[in-house]
Design a protein around this ligand. Sequence first.
Ligand SMILES: Cc1cc2nc3c(=O)[nH]c(=O)nc-3n(C[C@H](O)[C@H](O)[C@H](O)COP(=O)(O)O)c2cc1C
Length: 372
Amino acid sequence: MEAAAVPLLTPYKMGDFELSHRVVLAPLTRQRSYGNVPQPHAAVYYSQRATKGGFMITEATGVSDTAQGYTDTPGIWTAEQVAAWRPIVDAVHAKGAVFFCQLWHVGRVSTTAFQPGGAAPISSTDRGIPPQLSFDGHVEEFGKPRRLETHEIPAIVDDFRKAARNAIDAGFDGVEIHGANGYIIEQFLKDSANDRDDEYGGSLENRCRFALEVVRAVAGEVGAGRVGVRLSPFTDYMDCHDSDPAALAGYLVGELSAIGGLLYCHMIEPRLAIVEGRRVIPHRLRPFREALKGTFIASGGYDREEGNKVVEEGYTDLVSFGRLFLANPDLPKRFEVLDPPLNKYDRTTFYTSDPVVGYTDYPFLAADVQAA
Ligand SMILES: Cc1cc2nc3c(=O)[nH]c(=O)nc-3n(C[C@H](O)[C@H](O)[C@H](O)COP(=O)(O)O)c2cc1C
């Protein structure tokens, strides 16, 4: 297949950004930002994955000192962190890519060890997360959270706003608000985790209030055209699930569209189905893509074939790739060929702290394969 005939490799205009292809780097936590400060090796890692006109999203990046729940994840609330991001952003821009920072607050996915003064993690609720089996088989334990008082919520919204300003100051082209995967925004959104009886709990409208306040505050600060939102209405990660995810997603997409000019919505597919040994993407996001005013990015389980299919069908505008891009720094290049050779990702080094191993040492396609 010629590159021009590969739907994933066709150009797309996302708001003010001219993208040369539709292969997006999904946000990927790598836990190599020692002491929550991004490191020079991240400039190597991200610039390896940068292409002219490509779109990339950083790993989840903490908005404040209460936002953390994992070792060595980056932040963007201090001047030192902002300064440390700058050369990383510059390295990506030198390659001509568009780079957004994913803004994150873990909420109750934390322990007192991560919190200032050893305090309890904050959340929509004071119900903790039951121990979770991690991908490598160990059991993760979380602290009992403290339910935020109604009057404390505006300060958390403001942390997102300030972090968005810091991201722009660091040189990022925009920000993605992490409203997915069981973190603080989802703890408010989903009825398994939101047991509040104030104006931030109960009805769908109330549960979505915090998320929408964050989006409006961030859009007000940096401009809606520089803001995307990531959502995972159908997943149940970190004990966050909703009794009516389609209604939740439908309401949110309507409200996000009503804000006007918001750049994109990045939605995670429901869990994959395996049919006759082949992974099948359920494609349940179509109604939300149709209702959204703005760019739609689909994520979760995509490969070259499925990605091409959904772009061709108009099911989505862009597709983000997590594990495949983690292991194949030149993924868009590899997608030029029909059955591209792909490096296999190594789960055991996803979250290890080595600045090279499993991080910047995945090989690029050999020149002879590219030429063939
Ligand atoms: C190592 C790893 C780290 C991840 N970190 C984040 C993150 O920081 N923020 C986020 O929204 N999703 C995160 N995810 C989810 C991915 O962005 C993506 O949704 C998921 O990997 C499914 O896409 P894939 O099948 O293309 O890998 C992570 C996934 C992996 C494997």
